[in-house]
Design a protein around this ligand. Structure first.
Ligand code: UGA
Length: 469
């Protein structure tokens, strides 16, 4: 970044959810003094006592080590936050709202409250939107609210955008070692302050306008989700022709222009971000008179993948009425207790609807799944049992469905097969290796693998007489 160096600013975090806490601790780890505020007193109390309110790899340890260093401070009011921190990040939730739009009420209210608190503050402050917001939101919504509530102009209040790219299960690593830092602002002072805040982070910074920075976030998630949907589409080819989707996308991703990541076919993407962000992206595009066809197709393929999974299960197990089915892994992906938009919901719903008795297991997400399932399903709640152990889940089952690739499931011992009435698994992630199955009597049908792994015999096109060059 260019320009005059700025003394290290104190950092403020408003909203201590997963993203807020990971960012706060990463700034503290890099030597910044961080002040954090959350509206929920339980979250504040938990942070003060050194207990992470969220389950996330490495978070508890980092909270304790940063707590000992004394650079991470929890404050009780927005006023204290505005007074103590010079660069304040809005990390407030932007959940899915009506008609695919994002629900902006928490961000609006937070910006208003912070703006009012800033009215009393002397000296320059920078407010940075880290929440995921559709392109244009920082300038057209957040900035006007802040200016109105604070009565401050650009000479004493800067407003910028700085989207996050943290992935659940590896949020701490992603926050400490980002691959890129994307900042959007309209003046040099904001860029200089953000450069000082991010000093020491091992990543290059991209300086853009606020709406460009916001667009990078949506473009990133759309592109990643597109890769997943593309791999899922290819998995239908390998199923139809015979072959293994992993072999095909492995060769595909070996081309550096394409890259190997996010090409793992599975039950479709879940999680709190992809579906929500793509829907909001499509909606925002329509407002601007753009047709977001790539995002639309990505969502459509994802929906179809759920139907495809149901077909695969029925084709494998035959009529499901009265059968006992075990679903292993109900988190939206392995390594997290988060069940938001997990494909396990439509899969279990489909099984219950077809008359199966369903048992589910997950090493971390069972309680969250149960709570959400009971909230959604009301009367059908009794048709699903929640098992504390894998063996309990598999006992007497006619079929197991591996939905999330937890390491706990991959060393399949013989006694698991013995516990089942029929040792048959539909492996939606191709996670059970042939060696894990050896000697266990288990039959595995994998998504994306042509029947019995056999290659289809392709009828060669009626060959024209070969021509010599
Ligand atoms: C995603 C992005 O990866 C982050 O960069 C972004 O910051 C975050 O959304 C966000 O916007 O907050 P996350 O939702 O935690 O992170 O999870 P991912 O690891 O991206 O997985 C999303 C879904 O895609 C999961 O259901 C996963 O099983 C599925 N997936 C992912 C596949 O089916 N195949 C793949 O190859 C990769």
């Amino acid at each position: 970044m260019t320009g005059r160096p700025t003394s290290t600013p104190t950092v403020g975090i408003m909203g201590v959810g997963y993203m807020g806490i990971a960012s706060a601790l990463a700034f503290s780890h890099r030597g910044r003094r961080v002040f954090a505020y959350d509206v929920n007193p339980r979250v504040r109390a938990s942070l003060r006592s050194g207990r992470s309110p969220y389950r996330e790899e490495g978070l508890q340890e980092l909270l304790q080590s940063e707590g000992r260093r004394g650079r991470f401070v929890v404050v009780d009011t927005v006023g204290e936050l505005a007074e103590s921190a010079r660069c304040i990040f809005l990390c407030l939730p932007t959940p899915a709202g009506r008609g695919g739009r994002i629900h902006l009420a928490p961000l609006r209210a937070g910006a208003r409250e912070l703006g009012r608190a800033l009215r009393e503050v002397r000296g320059y402050r920078l407010v940075v939107v880290k929440s995921t917001v559709v392109p244009g939101t920082t300038e057209s919504l957040v900035e006007p609210i802040l200016r109105r509530a604070s009565g401050k102009g650009p000479e004493s209040l800067g407003v910028a955008s700085n989207p996050e790219f943290l992935s659940e299960g590896r949020m701490v690593q992603d926050a400490l070692y980002p691959e890129r830092i994307v900042v959007g602002a309209n003046d040099g002072r904001c860029f200089r302050m953000l450069a000082a805040v991010y000093r020491g982070f091992p990543a290059a910074t991209r300086e853009l306008s606020p709406s460009e920075a916001e667009l990078v976030k949506y473009a990133s998630n759309t592109f990643l989700a597109l890769k997943v949907s593309f791999a899922n589409e290819i998995s239908r080819w390998t199923e139809a022709l015979g072959g293994n989707v992993d072999d095909v996308v492995g060769a595909l991703g070996a081309d550096r222009r394409i890259g190997p990541s996010f090409l793992k076919a599975g039950p479709g993407f879940g999680g709190s971000c992809f579906e929500k962000d793509l829907r909001a992206f499509v909606g925002r595009a329509a407002q601007l008179g753009i047709r977001a066809r790539a995002a639309e197709a990505t969502l459509a393929i994802n929906r179809e993948q759920t139907d495809h999974v149901s077909d695969l299960i029925s084709r494998t197990a035959g009529p499901l009425r009265g059968k006992s089915v075990a679903v292993l892994g109900v988190a939206f992906k392995a390594g997290t207790d988060d069940v938001r938009e997990s494909r396990a919901f439509p899969i279990v719903e489909g099984l219950v609807h077809a008359g199966a008795r369903v048992r589910v297991h997950d090493p971390a997400a069972l309680a969250n799944f149960r709570r959400e399932w009971e909230r959604r399903s009301g009367t059908t709640a009794r048709s699903v049992k929640f098992s504390r152990s894998v063996v309990d889940c598999l006992r007497g089952a006619d079929l197991a469905v591996l939905q999330a690739e937890w390491p706990e499931y991959l060393d399949w011992p013989a006694r698991w097969s013995e516990a089942m009435r029929t040792p048959l698994v539909v492996d939606l992630r191709r996670a059970l290796s042939p060696s894990a199955r050896e000697g266990t009597g288990l039959r595995v049908v994998s998504l994306g693998v042509g029947r019995d792994g056999r290659r289809a015999t392709l009828t060669p096109p009626k060959a024209a007489t070969p021509r010599r060059p």
